[in-house]
Design a protein around this ligand. Sequence first.
Ligand code: ZN
Length: 269
Amino acid sequence: MHDETELYRLMSALDAKNFNTCFYCGCIATKYDLTPPIKYAAFYLNTREEADFYKVPACRECFDFLKYDKSGLLGQRVDVAKRMLARKYKRAIRIYEVWDPDEIDDLAYQLKHCVNAGIVLGKESYERVTFKGFDFEADGEKHSAHYVTNEVFSVLGEKFDNFRDALDYGSKAYRIPKAKLIQMFTEHNNCFDTAINIFHEKITRKIYQKKLKDKCKNFSIEHKQNIKFVMRTVEIYCKQEQSLTIETALSKLYEERIKKSSIPVLTPA
Ligand SMILES: [Zn+2]
């Protein structure tokens, strides 16, 4: 069995404000997480697999998240802790992202209370998930790699450094309910641009379909035609000739297919 004090280098924050702070989430540190855990130390030493051998200040929760993880590099353990945090507080983070404190005044008392609590927990969890660590010293060496990349969210040309603001902007500027926008964002490769474009394409398509159906229905009643035939022909016409509108396509249909067949063609003698 290896001796912990020989193998591991204690990580100490350079700035006093980070003393006793969990490197993973920024909460108060009460434990030390070992990278890698002591029971895997022999494995790393024998195989010469890369490992940091840091003694990392950690809060109870992050310590527990990492208890069974055998990663030997600090960056890997940061990823695991963040992933577990994000998963555990997913609901609260979602509430924080979606709800605007100004919007909850109208809710019934009980619900308002729940949403408020969710926002508070969600905000705290979000900050922990995005906490960037701190500059530290280990064995006389200074380190300032924080392992957390700055995520940038782009919404049709506008840039945001956090999801919540991007969502808020996208929802307001493009008139999409936040819950719907989140759903489409996740369905489309975490891309706001695609989500917004597809949402609007769908709406435009729906409006067009409704208009097409209404106009073709009136037309088919007026000229005693089958509505499916009328709609199909209008769509084919519009595809062939991009400049046609539903109205001009209907006139074309009338001219080419209906007028001729209903009025006997009289050829001069
Ligand atoms: Zn923590």
